[in-house]
Design a protein around this ligand. Structure first.
Ligand code: TYD
Length: 208
């Protein structure tokens, strides 16, 4: 059995975290070993880097500094967790991965996307997901959900709505550039409908 690497992407408040656990349970019910992780974080070292990225007091952090911290957290996660598990034939589902960096630091902050792409290739050793699900909500809905619903408010949420719009549009462009890897899910539907759609897509794309 070969491993399978699935990533979830989308703007803040798109509901990724709500959807991943039931998908993992569903795939386990089909007899597969499933490991879920999230970015930034997922290893002891990566979680330490996450704290630096998220700290409210780090308001003077330059976008290039932020980019390199995301990449360092990811490099550790890939080598320590993702590659070994894929090699063992497991399904790894990650809440965010490399495309978050293109969407947020690239489209959001305007860091050169070709530069990001080559840094990503270096940081991940070229590891790409087999399937990426974009949970698509408009920026206003996402921010509203984030403020009223779960999840703590962090420094990154405080960026302007305009930033979140660029992120959302960026994601849609990324999906259109690689349609064989991406599927866009309408995440404005109820969580139950979104989960049904996700299961259907995973089955259609992977045969599981
Ligand atoms: P988190 O609290 O995990 O939010 P979410 O539930 O939306 O994933 O915060 C992660 C934040 O970091 C989120 O705003 C997206 C951002 N981010 C980047 O800007 N670049 C990246 O490479 C990654 C992985 C995340």
């Amino acid at each position: 059995m070969t491993g399978l690497f699935i990533t979830f992407e989308g703007p803040d408040g798109c509901g990724k975290s709500t959807q991943i656990a039931p998908l993992a349970d569903y795939l386990r019910s089909k007899g597969r070993t499933v490991y879920t992780t999230r970015e930034p974080g997922g290893t002891e070292i990566s979680d330490q880097v996450r704290k630096i990225i998220m700290a409210m007091k780090n308001t003077s952090m330059h976008p290039r500094t932020e980019l390199l911290l995301f990449l360092s957290a990811r490099a550790q996660l890939v080598e320590e967790v993702i590659r070994p598990r894929l090699a063992a034939g497991e399904i790894v589902i990650s809440d965010r991965y490399a495309d978050s960096t293109l969407a947020y630091q690239g489209y959001g902050h305007g860091v050169d996307r070709d530069v990001i792409r080559s840094l990503l290739a270096f940081a991940t050793g070229g590891l790409k997901p087999d399937l990426t699900l974009l949970l698509d909500v408009d920026a206003e809905t996402g921010l509203r959900r984030r403020q009223t619903g779960g999840g703590e408010w962090n420094r990154l949420d405080a960026y302007q709505l305009e930033f979140h719009r660029r992120v959302r549009d960026g994601y849609r462009e990324l999906a259109s550039l690689e349609p064989e890897r991406w599927v866009i899910v309408d995440a404005e539907q109820t969580p139950e409908m979104v989960q049904l759609a996700i299961r259907g897509i995973v089955t259609a794309r992977t045969g599981i």
